[in-house]
Design a binder for this molecule. Structure first.
Ligand SMILES: C[S@@+](CC[C@H](N)C(=O)[O-])C[C@H]1O[C@@H](n2cnc3c(N)ncnc32)[C@H](O)[C@@H]1O
Length: 425
């Protein structure tokens, strides 16, 4: 790849100063105008220069319509929560220059014969393109000498295109990612054994080590025999927290993947998608029913979950209950890294819950439907919360006790009410 396309791509970013040619790395655009260029000159520090006529001409010589290679034409789903507008096309997230550079890269990677290598490079490719898009905002910081200097930020989330952004050299973006992938592969090879990958559930039962399935769970599980699984650990989408497939369009469109939007379990504000809370609850319940069927008797399912939406909580816990599962444990899981993608609202979720249920022989369903109660009327529960809090129990431990206690009495409360009570107790 390097031999065949690096020079061509780098020529897109050429900066000529005093008779010498350099390769531009970061091009600052402010309100549609190129205002600053950073280039390498052999030292580790990048040189900063103001654009000259030749730089404007080079940048403006690219044109979406004149790119002779494949690039994605999809329109985004309209969703203001992720700054996506339906009239916006995926390719418009890139400058014409970077779009051409990325198209060259993709085209070359597609020609790799070995499937595993091709996939590895496509992986690096998809992870690089965000940083080569117009979504890389310019951070303004004052340094020690109080001079204003713009720093290259990174693409955060959603399809927000800031007025001031950095157009980064696409080859460098790609090369950086490839190096990271190679480093990760080396690390992984130190611990990885030669695990046997299989392509069907039957082969897994015959002793294969792992099966990777890229299919909606509610559909895949239908083809799995009953009482055949020892443990289920699942981390489903949490209501409307992240519209995965809408965000993944950036990558799926470049990979020319056909995407099954219909069966995604998610709540989305995109009107066109018809993914509301009721739909979400329905699909989650369908999936959990399948989970119950395929689990061996007395075995467990753990589900990572969080949402501050009462309807989602109530529906999820009721589904487990109605299907016949028995709640055995609530734990919390700290996020491994703080991410900008995280919910930062007040009362933001700092942890996810892991709720574990068991497929027991006795069926709860015969005991009747769960009753959703108002916590204010549950004097005994309020007293328990106050006592547990006085005993220095952590909020999730209190929650664990209270939810379990209530469920055994066939009762459920609004989770927001409980959190408030724990906070104030
Ligand atoms: C909370 S994320 C899981 C994140 C994962 N545990 C990780 O650490 O990277 C939820 C995932 O469920 C996927 N998903 C959505 N609908 C699904 C369905 N019907 N079947 C299986 N997975 C689905 C989403 O695409 C998303 O990747």
């Amino acid at each position: 790849i390097e031999r065949e396309v690096k020079n061509k791509i780098n020529s897109f970013y050429e900066v000529e100063r005093e008779g010498y040619k350099y390769i531009g790395q970061n091009f600052l655009w402010e309100r549609d105008k190129l205002t600053e260029i950073r280039y390498g000159n052999g030292t580790s520090k990048r040189k900063i220069t103001l654009p000259e006529q030749s730089d404007y001409s080079l940048a403006n010589s690219f044109n979406y319509q004149k790119i002779p290679l494949f690039y994605p034409q999809e329109n985004l789903f309209h969703n203001s929560r992720i700054n996506a507008k339906s009239e916006q096309k995926i390719y418009e997230l890139f400058t014409p220059r970077n779009l051409y550079a990325i198209a060259i890269l993709r085209d070359r990677i597609q020609k790799i014969h070995r499937e595993d290598l091709k996939n590895l490079f496509l992986f690096a490719f998809t992870s690089a393109i965000g940083q080569a898009s117009k979504m890389v905002f310019a951070i303004e910081r004052r340094n020690k000498t109080k001079q204003k200097k713009k720093e290259v930020g990174s693409w955060v989330i959603g399809y927000w295109m800031p007025k001031n952004f950095f157009e980064n050299n696409a080859w460098t973006c790609f090369e950086t990612r490839v190096k990271k992938v190679i480093k990760a592969k080396r690390e992984q090879n130190k611990i990885a054994k030669d695990y046997q990958k299989v392509t069907s559930f039957e082969d897994l039962q015959k002793g294969g080590d792992y099966l990777l399935v890229n299919q909606p769970s509610q559909i895949f599980l239908k083809g799995v025999g009953g009482n055949s699984i020892d443990y289920i650990l699942t981390d489903p989408p949490h209501g409307n927290r992240i519209p995965y497939l809408e965000l993944s369009m950036l990558w799926n469109s470049w990979l020319q993947k056909e995407v099954n939007y219909r069966d995604e379990i998610v709540v989305s504000e995109a009107k066109k998608r018809n993914k509301n809370v009721a739909q979400y609850n329905y699909l989650m319940a369908e999936t959990l029913k399948e989970c119950y069927r395929v689990l061996k008797p007395e075995k467990h399912i753990s589900l990572m979950f969080n949402s501050l939406e009462d309807r989602t909580w109530i529906s999820l816990l009721s589904s487990f209950d109605e299907i016949g599962f028995q709640l055995t444990k609530i734990e919390t899981l700290k996020y491994s890294a703080n991410s900008v993608v995280q919910d930062n609202r007040k009362n933001g979720l700092e942890t996810d819950f892991i709720i574990t249920y068991q497929k027991t022989a006795k069926n709860n369903f015969s005991k009747g439907k769960l009753e959703i109660v108002d916590l204010e009327n549950e004097k005994e529960i309020i007293a328990i919360v106050e006592e547990l809090k006085a005993d220095q129990l952590k909020p999730f431990q209190i929650m664990n006790r209270v939810v379990t206690e209530l469920l055994t009495r066939r009762k459920l409360i609004k989770i927001t009410q409980l959190i408030k009570l724990i906070d104030n107790a």
